[in-house]
Design a binder for this molecule. Sequence first.
Ligand code: CTP
Ligand code: CA
Length: 224
Amino acid sequence: VVALLRDGPLLGVRVVVTAGPTREPIDPVRFITNRSSGKMGYALAAALAQMGAEVTLVSGPTALATPPGVNRIDVETAAQMLDATRAEAAGAQILIGAAAVADYRLHTPSAHKIKKKTDTLELSLVKNPDILCELRRAYPDLFIVGFAAETERLAEHARDKLARKQLDLIAANWVGEGRAFERDDNALHVFWNGGERELTQKPKADLARELAMLIAERFRSRTG
Ligand code: CTP
Ligand code: CA
């Protein structure tokens, strides 16, 4: 049972969360995507709403139910996710990028189904815009939280992304070899300028509550 919230550490704070994978079309029946289930982003949206925040979830395709009290906008491509996130973030104080955004899209998706005429097939890809970088540029005062999914040198890559994307906080996790993606539990190493905290392995719902508390704490300490 979800209590009606007239209270909570994020009461009235507007938060936008991106979640899930994106889909980049190859032709009308095929696309490029990744292994993100969306579970971490959805769990985070649920936890933030329970803390009194007004949460909008900008979601790629997932098999998940919308958490209670959360406003959800469905998108498919990275470009659509960028547009929706930019529009929703206009009145928000916090943005959390939990989506696994495709780094590349087809240069020119085929208008018709590609036929198997040749033995090899080359697809030409171009880089997608980085949603967090674009949003930082559009909204310099937004409190932005990123994720970093890494298979090696976790702390180094996470700190690099924190600086490069001008994030306020980054939550890093190991991926690959059956870790994180498509699983119900996870662990996170969180970094910000001047601090870090390790959140140990636990179900994603519990981990999301811990991360949401830490985000509220850092947001308050910045905002005063
Ligand atoms: N991200 C984004 N837009 C993109 C790519 C990533 O907003 N086009 C966000 C993700 O939601 C995540 C953070 O940036 O919060 C880091 O994503 P990640 O894939 O780990 O980093 P990249 O910058 O894409 O670098 P790389 O994949 O090369 O490690
Ligand atoms: Ca990436």
